[in-house]
Design a protein around this ligand. Structure first.
Ligand SMILES: C[S@@+](CC[C@H](N)C(=O)[O-])C[C@H]1O[C@@H](n2cnc3c(N)ncnc32)[C@H](O)[C@@H]1O
Length: 218
């Protein structure tokens, strides 16, 4: 019987289901985690550089959503090296603010250097945090953005936190490479709906990165 093997983030379909291959999968995840999943040390810095070029189009797509407008309060979840923070800071000016939460110290440091001017100006605020614990007050955010990290969330806690911090009418914008998702894009929609987002949908076709938008009722 065939199954899908996820070697780290790369999926091979219909490979034989056997203990050895499950072992390969776990080994690859262990090897790749310090580069891309929980970036640490030199591997995290290198992984960050690779992610930047690979994810730029997704960051741009998220920032170009009409909700990311002047004056908006944006929450950037798992921002990585922070290229999306810079784009978001430009989009919300004047009057808006971008709050970034990221659990990796090396990513926090990289992003803090990149956004030094915006941090000094008070447009960008960076905190240690994650999707499940953002530290944001209830209903304080207009748009929450997650690029290539939704598969790392505890789905129940992560979506509940997004729902809690978004203001009525606020919007959660998610994109991730399909091959890194643990399930289908529709499964992400289901997780969002379970947390209370009545209006949640996949906004892309069957190819390219998965893109999901979930809105809290006004
Ligand atoms: C694949 S990287 C993506 C980084 C960036 N968003 C990008 O697309 O380049 C995943 C990032 O999510 C962060 N992360 C891991 N677990 C997380 C969680 N539970 N909530 C938010 N971010 C998380 C990691 O530290 C890492 O920086």
């Amino acid at each position: 019987m065939g199954r899908t093997l996820c070697a780290g983030w790369v999926r091979f379909r219909s490979v034989p289901d056997c203990a050895e291959l499950r072992g390969v999968n776990q080994l690859m995840e262990t090897i790749l985690a310090p580069f891309f999943v929980y970036p640490r040390g030199w591997r995290g810095r290198l992984g960050g550089r690779l992610m930047e070029s690979a994810h730029a189009d997704q960051e741009r797509w998220a920032i170009q959503r009409p909700e990311v407008a002047p004056g908006a309060r944006v929450l950037a979840v798992g921002y990585g090296t922070g290229q999306g923070l810079v784009m978001a800071a430009e989009a919300v000016a004047p009057g808006g603010q971008v709050i970034g939460v990221e659990p990796s110290t090396v990513m926090q440091q990289t992003a803090a250097k990149r956004c030094a001017a915006q941090i000094t100006a008070g447009i960008v605020v960076l905190r240690e945090g994650c999707a499940e614990h953002t530290g944001c007050p209830d209903q304080s955010i207009d748009v929450a953005i997650s690029v290539n990290n939704v598969m790392l969330w505890d789905p129940d806690a992560g979506f509940a936190e997004m729902y809690r911090v978004l203001c009525p009418g606020g919007c959660l914008v998610i994109t991730a490479h399909r091959r890194v998702l643990r399930g289908s894009p529709e499964a992400i929609v289901a997780d969002a709906q379970a947390a209370g987002f009545r209006d949640a949908r996949v906004v892309t076709g069957r190819r390219g990165p998965a893109k999901i938008v979930a809105r809290r009722a006004a």
